[in-house]
Design a protein around this ligand. Structure first.
Ligand SMILES: [Zn+2]
Length: 231
C-alpha cells in the first residue's frame, strides 16, 4: 500500500535524523522527517554568518509541521526561546532564509530598545507606507490612510495588499521602495526582512539605498561593541 510505503519511508528518514547539539549550544530537534535538506549544514551556515550575540535568545530549533503554519500561512515562527521551522522546504536556501528571519524576531524583545527605541526605523517605515498609499491611490487602489499608518500587523491591510493587488503587481510597484513586498506588512516585518537581507546577501548596496535607516540599525546590532555603548 502506498500510505504504508510513505509511512515506512518517513519512519526511516526520521530514524536517520537524530537530534543534535550545535557548537554554540543550540538544541536541534526533529519532530517530523525532512527531505532535500542537510539540516546540520544549514544550521552550521547560520551559526557562521550570524554573530553569536544575536543567537543568544534561541535555545531550541524544532523541525516539523505545526498547526500555526496552516492557520497563519507561515513556514516558521519563534516563540519563547524556540524556533519552529517547517520540514517542507524547497531546498537548503529556503530553510536558511526561514531561520535567519526568525532569529531576527527572536532578539526583538531583548534588543527592543536598541532596535526601536530611537524611532528611526519606524519613521522610515511610515514614510514608505505613506508613499505607498499615494502610489496605490494614483493607480486607483484605495484603502483608508489609517490602515497605512498602523505599524502593527493588520489583517485588513494584508488582505488589501496580497489579495486585492497581488504579490506580483506589488513587487513591481514597490521596486526601490521596500526590499520585498513582505517588508510592507508591519514594522516588525520591515525590520525582520531587513535583518534577513543583511545576513543573506553580503552585497548591501541595494539594501542600503532602499532602507538607509534600517541598514544603519543592522550595522549597529551586528556589532556587540557598538551595542554595549548605547545601553
Ligand atoms: Zn516575520
Amino acid at each position: 500500500m502506498l500510505s504504508d510505503y510513505i509511512y515506512q519511508k518517513q519512519k526511516m528518514l526520521l530514524e536517520q535524523q537524530t537530534d543534535f547539539y550545535t557548537s554554540t549550544g543550540l538544541h536541534v530537534f526533529f519532530k517530523d522527517p525532512i527531505e532535500n535538506v542537510d539540516v546540520e549544514k544549514v544550521i552550521s551556515k547560520v551559526e557562521s554568518v550570524v554573530p553569536m550575540h544575536l543567537l543568544s535568545e534561541v535555545e531550541m530549533i524544532i523541525i516539523g509541521w505545526f498547526d500555526e503554519f496552516e492557520e497563519r500561512k507561515l513556514n516558521a515562527f519563534y516563540k519563547d526561546g524556540t524556533l519552529y521551522v517547517s520540514n517542507i522546504q524547497d531546498d537548503e536556501n529556503d530553510m536558511y532564509d526561514d531561520l535567519i528571519h526568525e532569529i531576527a524576531h527572536s532578539i526583538e524583545s531583548a534588543l527592543g530598545y536598541e532596535i526601536y527605541g530611537d524611532q528611526k526605523i519606524k519613521d522610515e517605515f511610515l514614510r514608505k507606507r505613506k508613499y505607498l498609499y499615494d502610489l496605490l491611490l494614483s493607480k486607483g487602489y484605495r484603502a483608508p490612510l489609517s490602515v497605512f499608518t498602523n505599524t502593527e500587523y493588520d489583517k485588513e491591510f494584508d488582505m488589501f495588499l496580497y489579495q486585492k493587488i497581488g504579490y506580483d503587481k506589488l513587487s513591481d510597484l514597490m521596486m526601490g521602495l521596500f526590499i520585498t513586498p513582505y517588508a510592507a506588512t508591519s514594522l516588525r516585518e520591515y525590520y525582520a526582512t531587513g535583518f534577513t537581507e543583511f545576513f543573506l546577501d553580503s552585497n548591501h548596496n541595494f539594501f542600503r539605498k532602499v532602507s538607509p535607516e534600517l541598514y544603519k540599525k543592522l550595522l549597529l546590532i551586528q556589532d556587540p561593541e557598538k551595542l554595549d555603548n548605547i545601553a
